[in-house]
Design a protein around this ligand. Structure first.
Ligand SMILES: [Zn+2]
Length: 50
């Protein structure tokens, strides 16, 4: 009730904010949502957006 902006923000993140990442440690490319994602191959958090 207090903020329409909050609801809109949730709607966006639930839709399609999928980025492509590449792991700096093993070079694995993967897709994910958000920041500080864990590499599915080596579980490193040292990844960056392609
Ligand atoms: Zn990796």
């Amino acid at each position: 009730m207090c903020s329409v902006g909050d609801m809109f923000d949730i709607d966006i993140s639930g839709e399609a904010k999928v980025n492509e990442y590449i792991c700096r440690d093993c070079g694995k490319e993967f897709k994910g949502i958000g920041k500080n994602l864990r590499c599915p191959a080596c579980h490193s958090m040292n990844s960056e957006v392609k």
